[in-house]
Design a protein around this ligand. Sequence first.
Ligand code: N01
Length: 586
Amino acid sequence: MAAPYPTLLSLRRREAPSRRVERTPCLVPPFETAALRPPQGEVSRLRDADRALIQKAMKPDFDAVVIGAGFAGMYMLHRLRGLGFTARVIEAGKGVGGTWYWNRYPGARCDVESVQYSYQFDPKLEQDWEWTERYATQPEILKYANHVADRYDLRRDIRFETRVTRAAFDESDNSWLVETDKGERLRARFVIAATGCLSAPNTPKIEGLADFKGPTYHTGNWPHEGVDFTGKTVGVIGTGSSAIQSIPIMAQQASHLTVFQRTANYTIPANNQPLDPAYVREVKASYREMRKRAKSLPAGIDLRINMASAIETPDEERRRLYQERWDYGGFGFMAAFSDLLLNDKSNKTAADFVRDKIRETVKDPATAEALAPTNIIGCKRLCVDSGYWETYNRPNVTLVDVSKTPIEKITPAGLQVNGRDYEFDCLVLATGFDAMTGALLRIDVRGRGGVSLKEKWSEGPKAYLGLTMAGFPNLFTITGPGSPSVLTNMLPSIEQHVDWIADCLAAVRARGATVIEAEKSAEEAWVGHVGEAAGGTLRSTCSSWYVGANIPGKPRVFMPYIGGLPAYIERCEAVVSKGYEGFAIG
Ligand code: N01
């Protein structure tokens, strides 16, 4: 009869020929590690050498499994290697880049200026890489991601076209057992979720979606070979950032484009342009100062913040300042005054300014009125565009307001609203993401006692510093809920998280410990603080993806930390300087 645990002979056989035991994945059947353990009593009869062999067989395959090879996963791998940790990155795509790998819709580009939306961990990389436009396009950002992967030889530790389906904490030896859709099973001391904040596409549950006879595309999962809409009629659902970037380009190709808008959105012109070589030289000569300034500002973006109150500024001067920011372009518009997200009267002055711009630009008054948002500006994520409002002056573009009469159903030929049929050849879903929690919850994550993350987050995400969760030891999230993440420039936020996690793992190792876990009380206090901070701004007042409002049934909780990057960094550093305050390490 087979022994209920590996015999010493079998362990020696595994050990002897190639000494592969330590690094070979799938040493043990998944989630059945108890079977590896000799019954009590027998252990005491084992020789020390034999005990060491058994312990070696129980050793994790890797120090860390990282889920995702976007900018977070790539830098995490680089840091882990630098510290001498073994790591495996598991990535669903065929290549690196995460968000920038999947979001290939026409017009996709970053809303943060390219010289700021870039890694800063290696000054040589900063100097060597040349950005060509003020706002980089998706292909250029993906090229950058690939350059980084090549430069630091990252690919050899990344398994592409593989999805993590399950991760369960094994309390008996403080390790994670990770399963993939390729049937691979890995044991790792730590799991680091670099799964992204906007990476789980949201396909709305509209009746008849599967019946549409033409092709359906989601902006968050765009065909890699591209789509040519020339001569086609196209229907677009959604008017968020992805739609606002892609509609002007699709309208140039399509014979007719019909946009179905549920909520009108604010957007500021990008004023994108090729980068002036003299400006690039200036930036390269002063990168350190620029990065330092950026880190001292709430959004982690180096921009000028006017500390005056909008409502207390005389009308003419206020208008002049808004115009100056409008002409400059981009997110800096919301920094025209310091109280735009704190005082609704101040906010209305900015909203009115943008609404006037829409009415000036869009020639058809009824369309202009439908496009003019009525909510708080900056409450939903502000958009940055190139020619969005102007697109509605084209004869081949129609706006359909579905705010009061929702889309009833998708039909084989198009869709139906308010009893009226709209027909088109292709359907584009620019319907966003199950943000911040979606990607992680699509994995069956089990912590202590087999408790699922789904259960833990059933009333909204709970995490200490957005980095770790009580009950889920040795699991880290990069830019997770409760961290500033999506309210900031993602690249510096990612680097700050990765550095914190890397240093933390090194500290755990230095103590000879095998487990680190957030204390429940520390987590509760942080979650309370995140909620309080959100309550103090206008940002939590509308139905945005920040509060999960775009996903039916999702708990309505303001997920990111709105206290700003500097306050957050300070807190993370204080936790470390107090010996990892709020964590149990053992
Ligand atoms: O998604 P969204 P996105 N019927 O959720 C509508 C980042 N990003 O992909 O507002 C009708 O913003 C929905 O309507 P409503 C950025 O952080 C960055 O555009 O819920 N409409 C909305 O109009 C951004 O915020 C960049 O009423 C439906 C739209 O679909 C985030 O990603 C570029 C519907 C979804 O908008 C998400 O942006 C792009 C339904 N059943 C994105 N369901 C850059 O930095 C949904 N909608 C460049």
